[in-house]
Ligand binder design. Structure first.
Ligand code: KG4
Ligand code: ZN
Length: 356
């Protein structure tokens, strides 16, 4: 093993994620070598709040915060229990073996973030551990490294979630340059708002994707905002307004019309995302395209990206579905790369608008 590729002492990380409406904890084991670390998820728990927010068709921050407060202790406890059982050790020994705690400290909803950060601080204080404050968007990108160590740079990451739509150029690991982002609504937000207009449930992305499978994507002609602009920015609020007016003009919708609307909405969002990503990939001559965030769980988006990248000499990566939507495993992987930024519990702060 070369000088720059040192063997790692095996390492354990406890990660906590509460940036939005999922309460997550995970324990990651890292071994292998510095250049090609190998990751093993020893335990992962995600508690979804979909049922709480569903009647409102979107996230209610106060309710999210209360649910995190209630869910964090059992989620963390069950994660520790699963990990100690897997390692066949007792919980005290497991706690001793944990090298550091990683927590999402931004961006996200302040009340939600504060819950996870407070839990991390309490544990770090009583267990005498350091904390790695981890950026949620960086973690969405690094979810790809959980299963894939060989991603070549320069890489272009498309982060598509409920709160973000962002194209990030990476010349190397941990080198982020945002080259485009949404000027208004995020892609996931557009799925959620469209589903609310169609009254088909929350979260909107999976609900629309399910109906889209049965629908005709060319049934309705919807706008593709900023598709042909020179820059790499996005805008989805015009699409949302067009959906609203279209649905109003159609009156009571049949199930077939709803399916066709879902397929047409998905088609419009996917076309904009793929076209702009591919244009940026060509301009910056990237070797890899990486997807991340909840909307990366969309099968149509993934298949269109695959098709588009096949025509180029560019590798395409997308995490498996459970790594796309919010989870603590991705926080753990990102924190491994950020471990030099570990701080004392006294120094950690929430930054709800943390940019990369
Ligand atoms: O990354 P994420 O779990 O949370 C945020 O950081 O925002 O993303 C949540 C978003 C929601 O807007 C949800 O509707 C969307 O991801 N989403 C999907 C799919 N699964 C989740 N959008 C489209 N197709 C899906 N299959
Ligand atoms: Zn997210």
């Amino acid at each position: 093993m070369g000088k720059k590729n040192k063997k790692l002492n095996s390492m354990l990380i406890l990660a906590i994620e509460t940036s939005c409406d999922d309460t997550g904890a995970a324990i990651l084991k890292v071994s292998g070598s510095t250049k090609t670390p190998s990751f093993e998820i020893l335990a992962n728990t995600t508690s979804s709040q979909d049922e709480i927010h569903s009647p409102f068709g979107g996230i209610v921050p106060n309710l999210a915060c209360r649910a995190h407060e209630e869910n964090l202790p059992p989620v963390i406890y069950s994660t520790l229990t699963k990990a100690k059982d897997k390692l066949k050790i007792d919980i005290k020994t497991l706690i001793k073996k944990i090298d550091f705690i990683a927590v999402t400290s931004g961006p996200g909803l302040s009340p939600s973030l504060l819950m996870g950060v407070s839990a991390a601080k309490t544990l770090a204080f009583s267990w005498k551990k350091k904390i790695v404050p981890t950026n949620h968007l960086v973690a969405h990108i690094y979810a790809n490294f959980l299963e894939n160590q060989k991603i070549k740079f320069p890489a272009l990451a498309l982060i598509v979630s409920g709160g973000h739509t962002q194209l990030v150029l990476m010349k190397k690991r941990l080198d982020f340059k945002t080259i485009g982002k949404t000027r208004d609504d995020a892609a996931g937000e557009t799925f959620d708002k469209a589903a609310r207009i169609l009254e088909i449930g929350y979260p909107g992305g999976p609900a629309i994707a399910k109906r889209a499978k049965r629908g005709n994507p060319t049934a309705f002609n919807l706008p593709r905002p900023m598709l042909n602009t020179e820059n790499y920015d996005f805008s989805f609020s015009g699409l949302k307004t067009a959906i609203l007016y279209l649905v109003k003009s159609l009156g009571k919708l049949s199930e077939k019309q709803k399916d066709d609307l879902c397929a047409s909405i998905q088609e419009a969002i996917v076309e904009v995302l793929v076209t702009k990503t591919m244009r940026a990939a060509e301009k910056y001559k990237v070797k890899s395209i990486i997807l991340g965030g909840g909307v990366a769980a969309n099968e149509k988006l993934v298949s269109e990206m695959k098709k588009a990248t096949k025509k180029m000499d560019t590798a395409f990566y997308c995490p498996k579905k459970s790594f796309c939507t919010d989870n603590a495993q991705m926080i753990a992987v990102a924190s491994y790369y950020l471990k030099n930024k570990a701080v004392s519990w006294k120094k950690i702060k929430v930054d709800a608008n943390w940019k990369i």
